[in-house]
Design a protein around this ligand. Sequence first.
Ligand code: TXA
Ligand code: MG
Length: 347
Amino acid sequence: MRKKKEPEMETLMMPGDEQGVAQAARLLTMGALVGIPTETVYGLAANARDKQAVASIFTAKGRPQDNPLIVHIALMKELYDVAVNVPPQAKQLAAAFWPGPLTMILPRSREIPPIVSAGLDTVAVRMPSHPVAHALLLACGLPLAAPSGNLSGQPSPTTASHMYEHMRGRIPLILDGGACAVGVESTVITLCGPRPMVLRPGAVTPEQLSKVLGQPVALSRAITSGLRPGESAQSPGMKYQHYAPKAQITVLMGSSVDYASYVNTHLRPGRIALCFEEDVPALRVPYVTYGSARDAAGQARQLFSALRRLDEVGADTVLAHCPQKTGVGLAVYNRLLRAAAFRLVQV
Ligand code: TXA
Ligand code: MG
């Protein structure tokens, strides 16, 4: 039997205080990778201007080279270093939602090496609101390229210890900034197409975006359905298997009563229900909950840890109760559906 590969480096976990932030800033300036908390999920950060450092993000995550990264900034003036021809709509959205969980796709500036955007002439930019991310961006004075801090294809980390499980031995430092307040990745909107279009739903909802822009935003078809064979993704990330635990998930759409009766009559060893708290009393099977049916923000906060929990309890198949698609619920629906490879059944 071949010996398991030893971790290449020691991964430190430091609190996101002054000392931790200073150490992280030093490492980033030297071209190293650092795990950082944001209000959405933990990110795997590198100096966005350093193409070698950025290349090491792809290696550490096992990320496909054609999936572009998000550049994080702390101040509005930095937007003009990383993007060019910034349209008025971007300024309106920044004024309304930054710092916060919104990423905008804009024309890329030459200061950002092509590898950050996987060769595209656009760049994804976001100004996070998490105080540790903000302090770190100010301390290092660099735009930071950072995808979610998970191994490619798996659920994003919403705590420092989740990130540690994936990145241990691969990066020198993770800053602990507590559990993420939002729990799903930022809303991604492109301002480079014929009209503003949401490519990935998040805590900033299409309704909120439409209101600020004074026109309805379009929703990418990839949010609610898989790509057809041969179809190309507007956001390269959309084409990959994502957020998936080891178990095979099927999403069941229906009332609490119909969900429970379906699950109770389709028992099998290794089968687990992924449900709302309200579903629990009627269930006669093992379950993992992901919040209340009436609280989409709570579902968003809990979904990724619930997906991890399914692995911990050894789930082999999962019957998940479908969330409402409204508001932040659309983001929860999108992540769950992708984790289920779009297996959706009406019960
Ligand atoms: O909340 C978040 O956005 C987190 C935290 C760490 O900021 N980051 C994150 O990054 O979720 P990542 O790499 O996991 O997701 C970035 C998404 C991918 O779907 C990617 O394809 C898309 O944004 N994206 C990035 N640059 C793009 C571009 N130039 N054009 C279209 N899509 C782009
Ligand atoms: Mg990701």
